[in-house]
Write a protein that binds this ligand. Structure first.
Ligand code: SF4
Ligand code: SF4
Length: 111
């Protein structure tokens, strides 16, 4: 979900760039598919028993480098992450929601 996960033809002309984003999509629940093979230390189970990417107490995916805001398992990132399009509808929705929460002063860990 970070900029390097995209190929040039994925980049719509929206003016949105992952390099200017706080990797807000890496706070979403990422359900793992049968063909995904991420390191076991990054796998958790949700309340329904589905395998998901583990998230830290700060809300971000545990595979995200907190300093660079880049995915540390780029080559093994889940299919949902591969399909998430920079500047696409879901990206724009998440960015807008993030900015609304930030403006309201809602603590990051509770978002
Ligand atoms: S929310 Fe959009 S702009 Fe931000 S990191 Fe994810 S894909 Fe990139
Ligand atoms: S696996 Fe990588 S791209 Fe996917 S949510 Fe985690 S840090 Fe982001």
């Amino acid at each position: 979900m970070t900029w390097f996960a995209l190929t040039p033809h994925d980049t719509p002309a929206t003016g949105i760039d992952c390099r200017d984003c706080e990797a807000v999509c890496c706070r979403l629940t990422v359900v793992l598919m049968p063909d995904d093979h991420v390191p076991p230390r990054y796998v958790a189970r949700d309340d329904s028993g589905l395998e998901v990417m583990a998230r830290g107490e700060d809300g971000w995916c545990k595979a995200l480098d907190r300093n660079t805001l880049r995915c540390t398992i780029y080559e093994q990132r889940p299919s949902i992450c591969r399909d998430f399009t920079m500047g696409g509808p879901y990206c724009r929705d998440e960015r807008a929601a993030w900015h609304r929460r930030s403006a309201a002063g809602i603590p990051i860990a509770l978002c």
